[in-house]
Ligand binder design. Structure first.
Ligand code: GCV
Length: 720
């Protein structure tokens, strides 16, 4: 009896560990699940076209590509797939870059000039009555991208008959910005600690580094900035560069370049100089030597990302110089090695009484055309700071002679951390599709940043990473979709977010249509939901201070006026909203005349941006006939209802999803629902003090007082 009990105990422990492991594996595997196909008809179709793999390359990258193809096919089709190095037999998948293909095959493939150096071609060909699928490219990394694309066809149940695909990335720098500190905390990170274990590097290579590189490569991300823009100069010391080198070696075969953030005052802090003045010859030399030192270790080092003279970070202005002086000095240092400088335009000053939303444009636009060729200016998607909705940043329409790159935030600093399900590609797409009218109708932000408009050689998109050492990488299983979607949009800024959601769901969960349809709709709607329950009708920056967790529209006591929510919503007895029209700060004039006209006029301004651009009376009539007050309250309620709908949708998916992820998402949605109500109640109670009006029918009564909401404190909220 005793023996049996012990036995049972051991078995239950093993079962527990096993289930823990399966959960970890499912969550951990991201969109690369490669689940075995259950549809027998489909599998037999795939079987017919896939006998084996012929891998023609001989580099580390080509090995990764053939291993991935083998792994994916074996897992999904449930049969052994051999990898050969010679073309024998029929119905093989041939992978290899152009240089490895016979002239006969090259002829079948056709013109390689339809793709760029990172693009790929997948083509079904027939030679001497034998059929092949060829995955090829100009370079090995293109083959790797092609393999992921091919596997995605099978992952998403698409046909692999008569393939003729040529695809290439539209931007050249597709990069994650990690706001990771050297102590492994992550600024605005909600998925655990930093992946980079500096203490154990360079000797210990965590499998996670490899898996991270693989996941990025699978969506075409080709760069990573390892360190926080609020930079620490120590990363540039030999002690740390050795560690960076080890990471660069891991990432290289996956086509990923390493970049670092450069603290502008590093020559003083670690170089022993008296100044960091960019016009000082010793300073310029120090950076030149530092660049040479880095490139000696990491020949393909990408370059530096710099936050200068912003939120207390040092910069050229400390020495009476400007952004051009600073960026160009660094550009000279990395230019001999092919490096780039990504210079951030996220600047605003407490000494500038100007509307914060106008400051970056005012400061940077006069520099148009003055930066060196290897400088790209990194601009946040909107003029304030990654809010649930912002109109596109006016700089995108105003610097035709300067390469501009987009900075999105994948981590959800202002959108519910990693607790709220919000599908960000919908937000990204809205920005990218916005028309700047820089050169007439159709000159969208996407066209500005992919260089097709300005013909700049340097192009890029950065995403502030949402990755940490949580088991599931991103804290929320659905936040993985934001990493995935960022990569897909960086590759092609014109991709539709619905297509992305569809792909991601199929690769991550299931191809069942009864699952895909409702869950896809839920993802698409989730972005509008968060806008509605946090900042409807153009409200912005009304979160609690410091950690940015939860509502705080009442905050008005911070030393810098533009850090106070009251600065942004300007609620008073007469109404609410920030007048950025001609009668106000005239921020609308920073847009092209066609756009300016629309935003400036209360009648034509899209209601989603109303309170961003206008101060509007509580009785103002919205397009649906409601007064502004009632409309605002109803929007808050709508947001809450949308989360309830998301819960209902998810609750019906149990049979399509593994138990662990089902439960995880269910619990998170419950928290999101509570927090959506918190936002609604706190904001409406606060604004009601000014509107002096009752809540309209249909809006639930708050269950707590305003004082209660104001009293809530979160000293240990993450990411701060
Ligand atoms: C890295 C916001 C965030 C800061 C961040 C800054 C930036 O202000 O709250 O944490 O700092 O943006 O983008 O530089």
């Amino acid at each position: 009896m005793h023996y049996q009990k012990k036995h049972l105990f051991i078995i239950s422990i093993m079962l527990f560990l096993f289930s823990f492991k399966t959960m970890a594996q499912k969550d951990y595997k991201l969109w690369l699940q490669y689940d075995k196909k259950t549809n027998a008809e489909l599998v037999s179709k795939y079987f017919k076209d896939v006998q084996g793999i012929v891998s023609l390359g001989n580099t580390e990258t080509s090995k990764i590509a053939s291993n991935e193809l083998q792994l994916g096919l074996q897992n999904m089709l449930g049969k052994d797939i051999q990898v050969n190095s010679k073309i024998e037999g029929d119905k093989n998948i041939i992978i290899g870059s152009k240089a490895f293909l016979s002239l006969e095959i090259q002829k079948e493939i056709g013109n390689f000039e339809v793709i760029n150096d990172e693009g790929f071609i997948i083509k079904s060909i027939s030679i001497k009555n034998k059929n092949y699928i060829v995955i090829t490219a100009k370079k090995d990394v293109g083959v790797l991208y092609g393999v992921y694309n091919f596997l995605r066809l099978i992952q998403t149940d698409k046909s692999i008959k008569n393939l003729n695909i040529a695809d290439a990335p539209k931007t050249n720098i597709r990069i994650l910005n990690h706001w990771d500190n050297l102590d492994r905390t992550v600024e605005r990170g909600y998925a655990g600690f930093s992946l980079w274990n500096w203490q154990k590097l360079p000797g210990f290579i965590d499998q996670r580094y490899i898996d991270y590189a693989r996941a990025n490569a699978s969506v075409g991300i080709n760069g990573t900035v390892l360190t926080n823009v609020n930079a620490n100069a120590l990363i540039l010391t030999p002690q740390y560069l050795e560690k960076v080198e080890a990471l660069a070696n891991v990432f290289r075969p996956y086509g990923i370049k390493v970049y670092l953030t450069a603290r502008f005052s590093a020559p003083i802090e670690i170089g022993g100089l008296k100044t960091a003045d960019p016009k000082d010859a010793d300073v310029a030399n120090w950076w030149k030597n530092k660049a040479a030192e880095i490139y000696k270790r990491i020949p393909d080092f990408g370059g530096f990302l710099v936050k200068a003279n912003s939120e207390g970070q040092p910069g050229p202005q400390n020495y009476g110089r400007d952004h051009v002086d600073g960026a160009n000095m660094l550009a000279d240092a990395v230019a001999p090695f092919g490096g780039v400088i990504m210079w951030r335009a996220f600047v605003y000053s407490e000494h500038d009484a100007n509307d914060r939303a106008k400051q970056a444009y005012a400061e940077f636009v006069p520099y148009d055309g003055k930066f060196k060729d290897n400088v790209i200016v990194q601009v946040k998607n909107g003029a304030i700071d990654f809010q649930p909705r912002e109109p596109f940043h006016p700089m995108f329409g105003a610097m035709p002679k300067t390469p501009l790159m987009m900075e999105f935030q994948i981590t959800q600093e202002y959108l519910g951390f990693s607790t709220h399900l919000v599908f960000l590609p919908k937000l990204f797409q809205e920005v990218l599709a916005s028309d700047t009218y820089q050169k007439g109708k159709g000159t969208t932000v996407a066209k500005v940043i992919d260089g097709s408009l300005t013909k700049t050689k340097l192009t890029g998109i950065a995403g502030v990473s949402n990755i940490g050492n949580d088991l599931n990488w991103t804290g929320h299983p659905f936040a993985q979709a934001n990493w995935y979607g960022f990569g897909r949009l960086a590759w092609n800024p014109e991709l539709d977010s619905e297509v992305i959601a569809d792909e991601w769901l199929r690769c991550t969960f299931s191809n069942e249509e009864n699952f895909i349809k409702p869950v896809k709709d839920m993802m698409i709607e989730s972005r509008e939901a968060v806008v509605n329950y946090m900042t409807p009708l153009g409200l912005h920056h009304i979160m609690d201070t410091g950690h940015h967790y939860g509502p705080g529209p009442w905050v008005s006591n911070l030393s810098r006026p533009e850090w106070n929510p009251t600065y942004y919503h300007k609620a008073d007895k007469n109404g609410i909203g920030f007048d950025r029209s001609k009668t106000g700060t005239n921020a609308t004039s920073q847009y092209a005349p066609e756009v300016e006209k629309i935003f400036d006029n209360l009648e034509t301004c899209p209601e989603q941006d109303l309170l961003w651009f206008h101060h509007v009376s509580w009785d103002y009539k919205l397009k649906n006939g409601q007064t502004l007050w009632n409309g605002l309250a109803l929007k808050y309620q709508e947001g809450v209802n949308q989360v309830k709908d998301m819960q209902n949708t998810w609750n019906k998916t149990e049979k399509y999803v593994d138990a662990d992820r089902f439960k995880e998402v269910q619990m998170l949605l419950e928290i999101q629902y509570k927090e959506a109500k918190w936002w609604r109640d706190a904001c409406l109670l606060y604004f009601q003090q000014y509107s002096g009006k009752d809540l309209p029918a249909g809006v639930e009564k708050p269950t707590q007082s305003l004082e209660y909401f104001k009293s809530l404190k979160f000293p240990f909220a993450p990411g701060n």
